[in-house]
Design a protein around this ligand. Structure first.
Ligand SMILES: CC(C)(COP(=O)(O)OP(=O)(O)OC[C@H]1O[C@@H](n2cnc3c(N)ncnc32)[C@H](O)[C@@H]1OP(=O)(O)O)[C@@H](O)C(=O)NCCC(=O)NCCS
Length: 165
């Protein structure tokens, strides 16, 4: 098994794996059936989607785990600037490991690779969003040395036609 930087040739494999991880999350959290969700909305989901992939490819901070030419793990990250008192912040957007290969330190190694590369690129801090009930993810981040910040994130859909400002 090899852990290396994301390449363009990984697009198809990493898309498949990210979507299956997103579907796994949806199954546990949202009542909507995947099949009922609008196609266009699904196409834009995830860092591997058409609109976002290149940014994560070019950041040099995204990694994949590869076994026999198959993508079995991914971590998408990019550098953000002037956020949370930091000039350079590693923003970890998403990560996942194929269920068959979990608990083999693959996510841990991808995270370490990303953070090392972030330091090399001049990052001061790393940020990763975790769903409150995601125990594997919480434990992974704790093991890697992250501290959990109790702040909550407030989001607003600025394209919502019903938005009143
Ligand atoms: C979260 C996820 C990426 C972890 O991947 P992984 O390769 O299995 O994790 P690792 O083997 O590197 O685990 C490293 C540490 O994380 C913790 N951990 C990982 N999975 C765990 C689990 N199921 N239960 C408890 N702790 C867990 C442990 O501390 C583990 O170290 P240990 O094995 O020495 O005890 C994986 O479970 C996954 O893909 N989940 C679905 C997608 C997802 O939730 N992504 C997170 C978005 S932030």
């Amino acid at each position: 098994m090899d852990i290396r930087k994301l390449k363009l040739k990984d697009l198809e494999g990493v898309r498949k794996l990210e979507i299956s991880c997103i579907r796994e999350y949806f199954k546990e959290t949202i009542e909507n059936k995947w099949e009922d969700l609008p196609e266009e909305w699904k196409e834009n989901l995830g860092a591997s989607s058409r609109k976002h992939f290149r940014a994560y490819l070019e950041s040099g901070l995204s990694f994949v785990a590869v076994e026999d030419d198959e993508v079995i793990g991914f971590l998408f990250a990019q550098m953000l600037h002037h956020i949370a008192d930091a000039e350079n912040l590693v923003w970890i957007e998403n990560m996942g490991v194929h269920p068959y290969f979990r608990r083999n330190q693959i996510a841990y190694r991808m995270l370490a690779a990303c953070l090392k590369e972030g330091i090399a690129q001049g990052a001061d801090v790393a940020h990763s969003t975790i769903q409150p009930g995601n125990a594997p993810s919480i434990m992974l981040h704790k093991k890697a040395g992250f501290f959990m910040d109790p702040r909550q994130v407030a989001l607003m859909d600025l394209k919502d036609p019903k938005l009143r400002l």
